[in-house]
Ligand binder design. Structure first.
Ligand SMILES: Cc1cc2nc3c(=O)[nH]c(=O)nc-3n(C[C@H](O)[C@H](O)[C@H](O)COP(=O)(O)OP(=O)(O)OC[C@H]3O[C@@H](n4cnc5c(N)ncnc54)[C@H](O)[C@@H]3O)c2cc1C
Length: 350
């Protein structure tokens, strides 16, 4: 049994519960769990806080996950949690609601203060929220037959009737990727800009029809799309709808620690260097919070790198402290001798 069980129970019994750790990981998706495992395997004391809402939860299966092709997203994370707990990681179900402090002395507030976690390093692996187009039916079928990623669900939609619901200048790019999977792709311009002359040529070359009136709603039966209805109510029968979410990373904790979110044409994120180090010393980012394009394998890879980087940083700090402790008696003696000499000089000079 992981120490987590005790820690979780403590938070409900004791509103001022406090835990301390070498590293606190916020977010228990692929990125956060991978970071926690890298740290745990290096015998670091790790607390992971997770609100339990991974981005791909609606999907039936996760694809392009080497060795686990088609696994249920929740099953994948359950395995990751068991692996992390096997290395002593304490997993706290809950939401990090505040962050404060600085290098070596961060504090993460959980569930509005029910728990505080003090830690020397912070890894933010909070993922992102997909801001979907505000069209009726889109949300109901999201992750099932309303899709965004050809690599995640494209194969499953091969040869089907696919509607691309345009939102921005990326629409033709989406058409190109999905056209590789099916010959029956239609572009509904909706919010996308009018294609350029070159794009009209490309669409014609791909044999893709373009519908210009705005889309009024996506017709669904349960989570299955059946049609796209345009202004005036004309329906187009389709099997799947491709949308372009805005990728809004959860940056509030980073901002609470003094960081600045990065706004991109496609959403918001935390910017970091290759191994996840942010502009704030001791704060790392991993997964979709720092890279909205990262799929599961990429998110896990960035988690491992951030965990390894945080551990390396801690190891260097620990070593510096050890060296300091070893040489301190000598330094103290030198300081004492020096002050005696100064004192002696003074006495001599009097
Ligand atoms: C519908 C859909 C299907 C997808 N299918 C695939 C696929 O087949 N293959 C693939 O490779 N990729 C797929 N993806 C992409 C995949 O979801 C991401 O690559 C992956 O989830 C990124 O992992 P992450 O750990 O960064 O974020 P997430 O998996 O989203 O995990 C973030 C975690 O942090 C938690 N959290 C957030 N804020 C807080 C907070 N303040 N306190 C505590 N916890 C917090 C969340 O609740 C969540 O549990 C899909 C995405 C979508 C939207």
């Amino acid at each position: 049994m992981s120490p987590n069980a005790t820690a979780t129970a403590d938070t409900t019994l004791n509103p001022t519960a406090r835990l301390s750790a070498d590293a606190v990981v916020v977010g228990g998706g692929a990125a956060g769990l991978a970071a926690a495992i890298a740290l745990g395997r290096s015998r670091r004391n790790v607390v992971l806080i997770d609100a339990g809402e991974p981005r791909n939860a609606p999907s039936a299966g996760a694809h392009n996950v080497l060795g686990h092709e088609g696994i249920s997203p929740l099953e994948l994370l359950a395995r990751g949690r068991a692996e992390a707990e096997g290395y002593g990681v304490r997993i706290i179900p809950g939401r990090a609601t505040g962050a404060s402090g600085a290098l070596d002395a961060f504090t993460i507030e959980v569930d509005g203060g029910a728990l505080h976690v003090d830690a020397r390093r912070v890894i933010l692996a909070t993922g992102l929220v997909d801001d979907l187009p505000d069209v009726p039916g889109v949300r109901e079928a999201w992750g099932h037959s309303v899709l965004h990623c050809p690599f995640c669900h494209g194969w499953e939609m091969r040869d089907k009737r696919i509607a691309v619901l345009g939102r921005n200048e990326n629409a033709v790019h989406q058409v190109m990727l999905f056209r590789q999977l099916s010959e029956r792709v239609t572009l509904f311009l909706h919010d996308a800009p009018e294609p350029t002359d070159e794009q009209w040529e490309q669409l014609a070359a791909l044999g893709v029809g373009v519908v210009t009136p705005r889309v009024e709603r996506v017709v669904v039966a349960g989570s299955q799309v059946t049609a796209v209805e345009i202004e005036g109510g004309r329906p187009f029968v389709v099997d799947a709808v491709v949308v372009a979410p805005r990728f809004i990373a959860s940056t509030s904790l980073y901002e609470a620690l003094g960081g600045e979110r990065t706004i991109t044409p496609f959403g918001e994120q935390v910017t970091a260097e290759g191994r996840g180090a942010t502009a704030i010393p001791g704060v790392y980012v991993a997964g979709n919070a720092g890279d909205p394009m990262a799929m599961i394998a990429g998110a896990a890879a960035s988690g491992v790198m951030a965990g390894a980087a945080a551990h390396g940083d801690l190891a260097a700090a620990d070593l510096a402290a050890l060296v300091h402790a070893r040489t301190r008696p000598f330094s103290a003696a030198m300081e004492a001798a020096n002050s005696a000499a100064v004192l002696g000089d003074r006495i001599h000079g009097v």
